[in-house]
Design a protein. Structure first.
Length: 168
């Protein structure tokens, strides 16, 4: 597999991750509206509201990811031979993405742990519907973000390794 094919493959994977965010956003949106409409307990209504809010975040992130990486994918579809300057630019961009993912990983873990512990402790509280209804979507979304980010980071490390070998 040539480096050009690897460039296309990495951005196809990113577009696929964006489509997963879109699916997740629509799933959260439908689930949130169903919880708002058909469930009468206060805790599930707060949960539905939290899911609707995070569906907007997931849809926005999905559209942004798909737009950004689909444009990069279309650019690399038109490139037959990567020049040395293009490889250097791609390696700098990949390194930037890797550092950003590495920095965000710790925040996702802390938010997931805080959300899960807060949800469990919220069971014993007087206002458990508000606490659990808001913390469960936060923990769920940050856990999903962590997983997708980790999978993307693994792909980017391998891609960066191939870029270094090609550049050398």
């Amino acid at each position: 597999m040539t480096i050009e094919e690897k460039c296309r493959a990495i951005y196809k994977g990113d577009v696929l991750a964006g489509s997963f965010y879109l699916f997740l956003g629509f799933f959260f949106l439908i689930t949130g509206f169903l919880l708002q409409k058909y469930v009468i307990t206060l805790g599930f209504q707060y949960l539905g509201l939290g899911l609707i809010i995070f569906s907007i975040l997931a849809l926005g992130k999905g559209f942004a990811i798909m737009y950004l990486y689909n444009s990069r994918l279309n650019f690399y579809k038109g490139v037959d031979n990567l020049s040395l300057s293009l490889i250097k630019e791609e390696q700098e961009y990949t390194t930037y993405r890797l550092m950003k993912k590495s920095k965000n990983r710790r925040a996702y873990i802390y938010i997931t742990i805080f959300g899960m512990v807060g949800s469990v402790l919220g069971i014993f509280s007087d206002s458990k519907s508000i606490i659990m209804g808001t913390l469960i979507p936060i923990a769920l979304f940050s856990g999903i973000e962590f997983c997708i980010s980790l999978l993307t980071e693994f792909r980017l490390w391998e891609y960066n390794r191939h870029l270094e070998k090609t550049r050398a």
